[in-house]
Design a protein around this ligand. Sequence first.
Ligand code: ATP
Length: 234
Amino acid sequence: MLVLQDIHVYYGAIHALKGISLEVNEGEIVTLIGSNGAGKSTSLKTISGLLRPKEGSITFNGADLTRVQPQEIVSQGISQVPEGRHVFTNMSVLENLELGAYLRKDKAEIKKDIEKVYTLFPRLQERKGQLSGTLSGGEQQMLAMGRALMSRPKLLLLDEPSMGLAPILVKQIFSIIKEINKTGTTVLLVEQNAHMALSIAERAYVLETGKIVLSGNAVELAKSEAVRNAYLGG
Ligand code: ATP
């Protein structure tokens, strides 16, 4: 479904991604793990068109995305939940969800999808009129995910959904990610919480200073000594 081949990304003189190649197949949950500054967010931003690779190619269902505008990438079926959520704080929960559908014209279907988001996240329904800036961190994460789903993505990119959340909420968010995947959305998940990420993913890639150093089946990687020592606390 998604194929990155030898992607190089720079921030000025900083060579942030040094030849990343990875694949996400339809129906999978794939995770990209790695420590601070490894290039995880940079990888997601490059896929969603917010950053341009200097070299390499990105294809999605066979179509070249490498020079496509972010808005067009959303229309093709890729939606990103950014790190730090970035909900529109002065707008209500419902208005945020409606904005997630801004490229769509099918009003009746949009309404149905809002109901689907409420089924997935009952808390959002309870708080649909509330200003998003006053939601808790966990609720904002739910809203950011719900908003991304409103574009009906085939591939959902999640950037550190566990960030800053209490363990019980992290568990809840991860079980919802699994549910979203079961209903047919492919997921590429970036996480510093390797333990949780490997527990729900089928496959994983380990990123270190802009390079993929390990990849494979998530269960096997979680057992490997290198991953245990570096990312799972031994
Ligand atoms: P974190 O988990 O801390 O968000 P990450 O793995 O997502 O880390 P990136 O944010 O992708 O890492 O950063 C990769 C590298 O690129 C880091 O060395 C970072 O300092 C650098 N970098 C990121 N954004 C910029 C920027 N706007 N300008 C310059 N350098 C940047």
